[in-house]
Design a protein around this ligand. Structure first.
Ligand code: HEC
Ligand code: HEC
Ligand code: HEC
Ligand code: HEC
Ligand code: HEC
Length: 356
């Protein structure tokens, strides 16, 4: 009753009647401090602040035009509720979409805020259960990018190619005190070092959850297999920026005998006129190197001729959120130490000496 009355009064002076205390994240946070604090350290609260995003923008405009640049900005900073970021009401005010892609959310601040509970009455604002809030379509409306240019992120399509519950939350969870961080693999650009270390820890744990490594002795060598355990490709989204690779170090009694820095990797191949390029804005063709959901990739390594002693083969999976060649091409080497090279997994297999 009171909300209704306030609504009528407020609509008279042009404010959003169902949210008399304000629509931006800071206003929500005066009452929901935990959600504000965890959301603040999430990629969603970054808007357009990523240095990689900033450095790409002028190149996007040069390659694909001013409208393309605007497309980038309007998904990263949709301005729902007045914030130039993905804000509280981007999710809690969304009532539907105009197609599950390209950020085409419909946000209606006249409606009660979406909740998972059937009854949460309070004096501050109306709340109602809305299935969209916990569905993959909410996330997928932004996490499915068809352009501009060669920008192509198909997380929702990848996800929908798998069976299971229609939600991203079981792995990127919102439940619990940490929920609104929406853990991903990006560095917490520019944050104090303790906050960056925490983000790194979450990123490393997520890579480790996504990629299962198995290594088996096979004849005079080993078979290395990487399996995707996520419900989308690994890497997904901005896969053209990511670097994931498998390295191999082989020791015998005297030390390292073989060092294979990259046995294979999950990098995208970007090229123009048949030559490799670092940036998507310079490319005319992109070939994905990602692993499809539930897929495996396998590679064999064989002991070199002339190496006959007992061997210890260490297989290591490493990942970097942003490729070095991308940082370099964007003149961001100076920010390189904010991008951690994670050791995601390591296995060791022993091969007995061979009889000669
Ligand atoms: C003046 C205080 C106040 C403000 C401002 C406020 N809320 Fe609330 N909100 C509450 C109270 C009180 C509840 C009911 C108790 C609870 O669940 O915390 C609630 C409940 C909710 C719920 C449902 C919680 C559940 O358990 O399902 C959501 C979602 C929510 N608010 C989001 C927001 C968003 C988004 C904003 C900003 C647009 C906002 N609130 C602004 C006080 C406030
Ligand atoms: C990317 C989407 C998204 C954004 C952004 C977001 N939320 Fe949520 N929020 C959710 C989802 C999904 C749930 C339900 C989680 C569940 O029940 O598992 C939720 C739950 C809540 C709840 C219920 C209690 C809880 O923590 O589970 C409150 C209150 C809330 N959000 C407030 C906020 C506020 C305030 C902001 C901004 C500072 C915000 N949310 C930003 C998606 C979002
Ligand atoms: C309004 C658009 C929008 C919605 C809705 C949205 N996201 Fe996002 N999300 C983004 C953008 C844009 C980024 C990247 C921001 C950046 O890195 O600069 C992002 C980043 C993320 C990241 C971090 C990626 C990384 O590598 O660190 C995760 C995880 C994520 N979102 C999950 C979700 C989930 C789960 C939902 C649904 C509950 C959701 N998002 C809803 C736009 C959205
Ligand atoms: C079964 C668990 C699982 C589910 C469900 C899931 N993810 Fe993920 N997600 C992961 C794992 C593991 C990673 C880390 C590996 C990687 O980076 O791909 C990840 C990484 C991400 C990243 C950032 C890393 C990248 O590769 O760019 C985004 C963004 C993301 N997920 C979005 C989503 C969205 C949106 C949904 C729902 C449509 C979803 N995820 C559903 C497990 C899951
Ligand atoms: C429809 C929504 C949408 C559009 C349009 C979009 N993005 Fe994104 N962007 C996302 C989402 C979602 C993520 C998180 C995906 C992930 O982590 O893999 C993301 C992540 C990124 C990141 C990673 C941020 C970081 O620092 O790690 C960069 C850089 C980026 N986008 C640049 C761009 C550029 C440049 C454009 C325009 C050519 C663009 N995006 C257009 C949704 C969008």
């Amino acid at each position: 009753m009171r909300a209704l009355l306030l609504g009528v009064l407020a609509s008279g002076c042009g404010a959003a009647p169902s949210l008399p205390h304000g629509t931006d994240a800071a206003s929500c946070g005066t009452c929901h401090a935990t959600q504000l604090e965890t959301w603040r350290t999430s990629a969603h609260a970054r808007g357009t602040a990523s240095p990689v995003f900033q450095a790409l923008l002028p190149r996007v405009e040069a390659a694909w035009g001013a409208a393309a640049r605007q497309q980038c900005v309007s998904c990263h900073a949709p301005a729902h509720g007045g914030d130039d970021v993905v804000s509280c009401v981007s999710c809690h005010g969304a009532t539907g979409n105009r197609g599950a892609k390209n950020g085409a959310l419909v946000v209606d601040l006249e409606q009660p805020l979406a909740s998972t509970k059937t009854r949460v009455q309070n004096d501050a604002h109306a709340v109602a259960p809305r299935g969209l809030l916990t569905s993959a379509s909410l996330c997928g409306t932004c996490h499915e990018v068809h352009g501009p240019g060669l920008f192509d992120e198909r997380t929702l399509t990848e996800f929908r190619s798998t069976d299971g519950e229609d939600s991203c939350l079981s792995c990127h969870g919102v439940g619990g005190v940490d929920g609104h961080r929406f853990a991903g693999v990006d560095p917490a650009w520019g944050a104090p070092s303790a906050e960056r270390a925490e983000a790194d820890g979450r990123g490393r744990a997520l890579w480790a959850k996504g990629l299962a490594l198995s290594v088996e002795a096979e004849g005079q060598g080993v078979r290395v297999t990487l399996t995707n355990q996520a419900r989308h490709a690994v890497p997904t989204g901005v896969a053209m920026l990511r670097d994931v690779w498998v390295a191999l170090e082989v020791h015998d009694a005297t030390g390292t005998v073989v060092d294979v820095p990259r046995l294979f990797d999950l990098r995208a191949a970007l090229e123009r006129d048949g030559l490799p390029v670092a940036l998507i804005t310079d490319a005319s063709r992109v070939t994905t190197g990602a692993l499809d959901p539930r897929a495996s990739r396998s590679m064999r390594w064989t002991r070199p001729v002339g190496v006959s002693g007992a061997l210890e083969v260490h297989v290591i999976v490493r990942a970097r959120a942003i490729r070095d060649d991308v940082l370099e091409a964007l003149a961001l080497q100076g920010r390189g130490d904010e991008v951690t090279t994670h050791e995601v997994a390591r296995r060791t297999v022993r091969l007995p000496a061979v009889q000669e």
